[in-house]
Design a protein around this ligand. Structure first.
Ligand SMILES: Cc1cc2nc3c(=O)[nH]c(=O)nc-3n(C[C@H](O)[C@H](O)[C@H](O)COP(=O)(O)O)c2cc1C
Length: 207
């Protein structure tokens, strides 16, 4: 079993990474493979709605972190998306990335585990957390929680390391993801079928 953890912050070794590493350590303790992916600081374009990817085996015409990530999705059982809070929302980097990763790709993610984590100095964590969870909640994914909303506080890694409750929240999140994945694995091995979904009915709000 494998979980991909994505750091959508500008600091490779900052607060978001610290939170993700705490989740990853707990997953590894539970014998779950992990990979932390940093999106870097090169700008990632948002989705331009051209729909090319829908006709092109999910590949975006822009060659960047998005296509590299999509290649890995099929072999992963769960995902943790991490972002610093920027103006009470998720970072522009991860917003652009996730818009393109999830556009029209519910089928790739359905039935898998999803969690988000956010880091902030002081405020806006729950708004950013809500924003990140929205991708999963319309993709037939299972959103995993913890003993508090998945957030850590600090302006830099050293400060965040002092947020003992934040770090504990990340470890508990790791435990919950691990338990969920073990249950899914057990279900699969014992013939319990995945949820079956109806063909999507799309009703646009037009008269
Ligand atoms: C552009 C920008 C906007 C920010 N906006 C907020 C904010 O709205 N609320 C807050 O508490 N911290 C804000 N911060 C601080 C970061 O969220 C905080 O330092 C975070 O933990 C850094 O994580 P990182 O080391 O992974 O980048 C902002 C930082 C930047 C660079």
């Amino acid at each position: 079993m494998k979980v991909l953890l994505v750091n959508g912050g500008p600091h490779q070794d900052g607060c978001t990474n610290l939170a993700l590493k705490e989740v990853a350590k707990t997953l590894q303790k539970n014998e779950i493979e992990t990979e932390i992916i940093w999106l870097g600081v090169k700008p990632i374009s948002g989705c331009i709605g051209c729909n090319t990817c829908l006709k092109n085996d999910n590949k975006c015409f822009m060659e960047d972190e998005v296509n590299k990530f999509i290649e890995k999705v099929k072999d992963a059982d769960g995902f943790v998306f991490g972002s610093p809070v920027h103006f009470a929302g998720a970072s522009g980097q991860i917003t652009s990335f996730l818009d393109r990763v999830f556009y029209g790709r519910g089928n790739l993610f359905a039935g898998k585990a999803y969690a988000s984590v956010v880091s902030c100095r002081r405020g806006g964590a729950s708004a950013a957390f809500d924003q990140l969870n929205k991708y999963a909640l319309m993709s037939n994914m299972y959103v995993i929680g913890s003993s508090y909303w998945n957030q850590i506080h600090g302006n830099n890694k050293e400060e965040a390391m002092k947020d003992l409750e934040g770090l504990q929240t990340m470890r508990n999140l790791g435990e919950n993801i691990a338990y969920f994945l073990k249950c899914v694995n057990f279900a699969r091995q014992n013939g319990i079928k995945r949820a079956e979904y109806e063909e999507t009915i799309r009703t646009n709000f037009i008269r």
